[in-house]
Design a binder for this molecule. Structure first.
Ligand code: IVH
Length: 665
């Protein structure tokens, strides 16, 4: 018993150290496989001896699915904000105010202003006990469970002589790479996009399911330390110590002694910030000495010993000509601002996303307004403000569409989602055509036809949904303008061939909201026939790995809609595959259980998609990007150099086609 306890503690210590080496120092000391082995050993022991449970164990980072609303916590020290300045002149004024106020030598620490969402981390006896959002500055939300999943936040601080109570404050951010990947995934699922990494980070931090938070790869940057007995009398020194304890403190922090040194720092980082992995929107200046900070004190809103200098965003002014709405295949309605063309960071901008009703209302937009457009590195330019003084003739106020721009059905907002939907899923032409377009894509039914053909068939009344493709007649097609025998035959042949597309892909083709390619594969393996899936309960659905509440509800909604059930029935009668093939069922194994495999490059023996299917069929997980969690890379020809480099750095093992197939034998 005692031995088990010791062993658990040793493993926890080792894993904390390895996490630190990996996430903070970027210098892993052991391979991923070795790390996973230690982690498995720990989780097994923890399962055997639940009496030694510790919420700060490195094994807890994977998150839990307990649903909770957040508890409000009062900050021991209020979370103030900073006065913003925009010019070197204002920075010089701040410097002179400090000089006059102190009347002695002082040092200004310059650091980057990270543009995320702020967090207060409470460490008692070196252990993370609580994480609270800024809230209104006095009280915030307790988001401890979610914060525990962030890898560069240590659950236990390294080092001895730690003050018994400490608050470390910092910013939680979503790096650009994760933000882009997240938005790509959301675009594919027709979910509203996040406007910028900041919104994505704060939205993620407030999610109910910490497993999802864990999957989003948030990062922290720590910029201040508070407590009754701090180790040093200087901010810079305390931050240096915090870094030694394992917290992620930016290396860009610099002590400056003259205004010139400060300006050099501002100019240097205004250029260099563009190559950082996360968003920064300025520089924060702080008086270094804590006793001098106390002497200067605070106003009711801001400290007198610190200011923020904001970088200029790349901005342009142009006219708002109209607002139009796009309807996607899931019915999600996105507002788009049509602008008088304007040049912005080298490209002509004609359109900007308006995101949703709340975003439109917050801007108080009128048609004809002069609007500011910004490209903060985001994919889509956005409108950040309106020049109200320039309104000479007030155009119509922009109010969010009440009706679907295509079918006229009143729009609805579901629950607390910001997006609007057209609920007429069975009658709205744009949605239906969108679903047919999705149905025929290569990764779904692989029928060779483009959006124009779909539109034409719709206009001629030949299709009302994708099931009608299977009853199309040769003569019907021949009657179409500019259609010759060959094109008609080719289309019919391609439709016929789609009848042998396997169940996994048919399930994806149905276009159930949130059921992408990977989810469809998971579901088809867990429920090998469509009847089993249609009858699955919420409980059975969420028991499947990576299927959460949102997907479960969407599947249940789909099968409770008589129209969709009828659609599926018609497809079935037309001979589509609605159960896993005997071969797939017979070949299902656990050989790759617990392994995450990334596929990269091109292959000779099987297609990429076939390898993807094999991984899932054998109980493994296929992932799109190389990370610490990857066990293997199935590497073909021409694997990208970035992936190769990352694999080498993380020590992920490369295997070729034959070695992979050997694993399955
Ligand atoms: S110090 C009393 N340092 O900017 C001083 N803040 O407008 C407290 N921020 O709420 C803040 N980087 O979320 C400080 N290096 C940095 C920062 C930083 C980003 C954020 C923080 C704060 C806001 C202040």
């Amino acid at each position: 018993m005692e031995r088990a306890k010791q062993q658990i503690e040793t493993l926890r210590r080792q894993l904390h150290d390895h996490n630190y080496n990996y996430y903070v120092l970027s210098q892993p000391a052991i391979s991923d496989i070795e790390f996973d082995r230690l982690m498995r050993e720990l989780t097994e022991l923890e399962a055997q001896y639940p009496e030694y449970f510790d919420p700060n164990s490195p094994s807890v980072r994977v998150g839990s699915d307990i649903n909770k609303s957040f508890t409000q916590v009062t900050h021991r020290y209020p979370m103030l904000s900073l006065q913003n300045t925009y010019s070197e002149g204002e920075v010089a004024e701040f410097y002179n105010r400090v000089k006059k106020g102190l009347n002695e030598d002082f040092v200004i620490v310059c650091e980057l202003k990270y543009d995320g969402t702020s967090i207060s981390l409470i460490y008692e006896e070196g252990r993370l006990t609580r994480a609270v959002t800024r809230g209104d500055g006095k009280k915030g939300d307790d988001v401890t469970d979610n914060v525990r999943t962030i890898h560069n936040i240590p659950l236990v601080l390294k080092g001895s002589d730690l003050p018994p109570y400490l608050e470390l404050r910092g910013e939680i951010l979503l790096p650009w790479s994760s933000f882009d990947a997240l938005n790509r995934e959301r675009a594919e699922q027709e979910e509203p996009l996040f406007a910028n990494p900041r919104n994505a980070a704060s939205g993620t931090l407030k999610m109910q399911d910490s497993r999802v938070v864990a999957s989003r790869k948030l990062e922290s940057y720590i910029y201040s330390m508070l407590g009754d007995a701090l180790p040093a009398g200087s901010h810079y020194e305390n931050m240096t110590l915090a870094r030694e304890w394992g917290l992620n403190v930016s290396g860009a922090m610099k002590r400056c002694r003259t205004p010139e040194e400060i300006f050099d720092y501002l100019n240097y980082w205004d250029r260099e910030r563009k190559s950082l992995p996360v968003t920064t929107d300025g520089v924060v200046l702080k008086v270094d000495s804590l006793s001098q900070q106390r002497n200067l004190g605070s106003t009711s809103k801001f400290p007198r010993w610190s200011i923020a200098y904001k970088f200029n965003a790349e901005k342009a002014v142009t006219r708002l000509e109209s607002v139009t709405y796009q309807v996607g295949r899931t019915g999600a309605v996105t507002p788009v601002a049509n602008l008088a063309p304007v040049l912005l960071s080298g490209t002509t901008v004609k359109r900007a996303s308006l995101y949703n009703e709340d975003a439109i209302n917050a801007l108080d937009l009128h048609i004809g307004d002069s609007v500011y457009v910004e490209k903060g590195g985001e994919i889509i330019p956005k409108i950040t403000g309106v020049e109200k003084e320039a309104r000479f003739l007030l155009g119509d106020k922009v109010t969010f569409a009440r009706k679907c721009p295509d079918c006229g059905t009143p729009l609805v907002r579901i629950g607390d989602e910001a997006a609007h939907y057209c609920p007429n899923s069975e009658g709205c032409p744009t949605q239906i055509k969108g679903r047919v377009e999705h149905f025929v894509t290569r990764k779904a039914m692989n029928i060779t036809m483009g959006p124009e053909t779909i539109s034409l068939l719709w206009d001629k009344g030949l299709i009302r949904n994708a099931a009608d493709l299977y009853t199309l007649q040769f003569d019907d097609l021949l009657r179409l303008e500019r259609w010759a025998e060959t094109s008609a035959l080719n289309l019919l042949e391609s439709i016929e061939q789609s009848k042998s597309v396997p169940y996994e892909r048919v399930l994806y083709a149905l276009g159930i909201r949130f059921v992408g390619e990977m989810v469809a594969q998971k579901l088809s393996h867990a429920f090998p026939t469509i009847n089993l899936l249609a009858q699955a309960s919420h409980e059975q659905l969420i028991a499947v790995e990576e299927i959460g509440d949102r997907i479960a509800r969407s599947v249940i909604d789909f099968f409770s809609n008589a129209g969709f059930v009828d659609f599926v029935d018609r497809l079935r009668h037309n001979g589509l595959q609605f159960s896993l093939s005997e071969d797939v069922l017979a070949a299902k194994t656990d050989k790759l259980k617990g392994l995450t495999i990334v596929i990269s490059g091109t292959f000779e023996l099987h297609s990429r998609d076939a390898y993807k299917a094999m991984i899932i069929q054998n109980g493994g997980k296929n992932s799109g990007s190389v990370s610490k969690k990857s066990d293997y890379i199935l590497a073909g020809e021409n694997m990208g150099p970035a992936k190769l480099e990352k694999a080498a750095k993380l020590g992920v093992k490369l295997i070729d086609e034959t070695a992979f197939l050997e694993m399955l034998r």
